[in-house]
Design a protein around this ligand. Structure first.
Ligand code: UD1
Length: 420
């Protein structure tokens, strides 16, 4: 297992470029199963998760190539509607195969994802929706089996605005007979990207950027070329890193409208930021002010930037509370951040951070993608050396993180370990 060796203290100067959005790309890859012919997706980040999804598509029988950020998927001869445990357990987003496989083959067999590092993460909304569309769902030996004589449009109300369930049900319903309405649908930019992708393929989805989606089933979709949106979570991570460590950094190739909740909070905390059309510049400022954050569904502050905010607040003046209302158990980073000297106390779904003068490097362990990012930020703020173990989590979601950060002056290097 690889690890990072980080020496904190360097200020950061220069430009850092944002990659394509992992969480937008994964559903697009799954949606490619709906079509016969070659789909071309550009701006695909080279990550462990996109490579895992490629493997899954190949198991299903699609032909996939991936080079220089361009993925070509041809599912014409796909013939095996199954997502095995070995892949679903390493990446929950494999569950995105459920909707397209059911739509294309009328049946699917998908491993039940189980829990994850940040709590139970159920899939009941995905399954309830598929049942309403006419799928018969059974569970056998840890696998969900879906059978149907053809999906039919229905009214689907999501009790919780779930990104994954909205995506899956969109992909299931575009080829269903008649009209489907998804109420309380997610409005995250990654869902808007999926809607744009499906509509360009010939789907009929109305209600883009709203929480009510109306889908008129069509009989066939056609292959297209498409570019993935920039990764707002990667961008937000680098904005927070720059504000935490200091210097003068331009984060380039992002969509500032996707990051408004984050930049608003950074401004409230006293960060020095300049918002341009496709980039945001963060430069050194006086000490930040402790600023509360509560995560929420889009356009609220994203749960995927909760851990990073705790790191940012480590040396801010005063005390603040960081609350996660989307994933209430998502705090495995807290005990690791304490090892780096952050004064953070957890009660329920709220972490209270009291600013300290300085952090000190220590050995710490990655627990999930975003938790790991918070440890990189804290390590770059800290005096001395940090060893960050189990960085395979980071490799799932951040393309070329150490080279990007080294490019702006961070002292971070990867020490190779045996493959996992
Ligand atoms: C996606 C993102 C993840 C992000 C999350 C919230 C991907 C691959 N992952 O995850 O990075 O943190 O959105 O923005 O895009 N829920 C249920 N039942 C369900 C489904 C969800 O109760 O069937 C609950 C979850 O437990 C959670 C909330 O709904 O409390 C939101 O989860 P959801 O939006 O589905 O997250 P994911 O799509 O899994």
């Amino acid at each position: 297992m690889d690890k990072f060796l980080i020496h904190g203290g360097n200020q950061l100067y220069g430009t850092i470029k944002v990659s394509g959005a992992k969480n937008a790309c994964l559903p697009l890859m799954a949606a490619s199963l709906l079509v016969k012919g070659k789909i071309v997706i550009r701006n695909v980040p080279n990550l462990r998760d996109t490579r895992t999804m490629k493997k899954l598509l190949e198991i299903i029988g699609a032909e996939v190539t991936f080079e220089n950020g361009v993925m070509e998927i041809d599912a014409t001869n796909a013939n095996n509607p199954e997502a095995p445990y070995e892949l679903v357990k390493t990446m929950r987003a494999s569950f995105y195969a459920l909707g397209p496989l059911t739509a294309r083959f009328g049946r699917a067999k998908i491993s039940l994802p189980g829990g994850c590092a940040w709590g139970p993460r159920p899939v009941d909304l995905h399954l309830k929706g598929i049942e309403k569309l006419g799928g018969k769902v059974t569970l056998d030996e840890g696998y969900i089996n879906i059978e149907t004589d053809g999906l039919k449009g229905a009214l689907l109300h999501l009790d919780i605005s779930s990104v994954g369930a909205t995506g899956n049900l969109l992909m299931a319903s575009v080829l269903a007979e008649g009209e489907t309405v998804i109420e309380n649908a997610a409005r995250e930019p990654e869902i808007v990207c999926l809607i744009d992708f499906l509509n360009q393929m010939g789907a009929d989805i109305k209600g883009r950027e709203t929480d009510v989606l109306r889908i008129n089933g069509v009989s066939e979709l056609r292959p297209i070329e498409f570019e993935v949106i920039p990764d707002r979570i990667e961008a937000g991570t680098y904005l927070i890193t720059a504000a935490a460590v200091g210097g003068d950094v331009l984060v380039e190739g992002l969509d500032p409208s996707h990051l408004k909740a984050v930049t608003d909070k950074m401004l409230e905390a006293g960060a020095n930021i300049e918002i341009n059309e496709n980039s945001i510049r963060v430069s050194s400022t006086d000490q930040l002010r402790a600023t509360d954050v509560t995560t929420n569904i889009y356009p609220g502050y994203p749960t995927d930037l909760q851990a990073q905010w705790i790191a940012l607040m480590a040396t801010a003046k005063g005390k603040c509370v960081v609350t996660d209302t989307v994933y209430e158990d998502r705090f495995t980073h807290v005990p690791e951040l304490v090892r780096l000297g952050i004064d953070v106390k957890l009660k329920g779904n709220a972490a209270t951070v009291t600013g300290v003068e300085k952090l000190k490097g220590a050995p710490v362990m990655s627990t999930d993608i975003r938790a790991s990012a918070s440890m990189v930020i804290a390590a770059l703020m800290a005096e001395g050396r940090t060893e960050l173990h189990r960085i395979y989590h980071l490799d799932r979601g951040y393309e070329d993180l150490e080279n990007k950060l080294r490019g702006i002056g961070a002292d971070i290097k990867r020490e190779k370990g045996p493959e996992i």
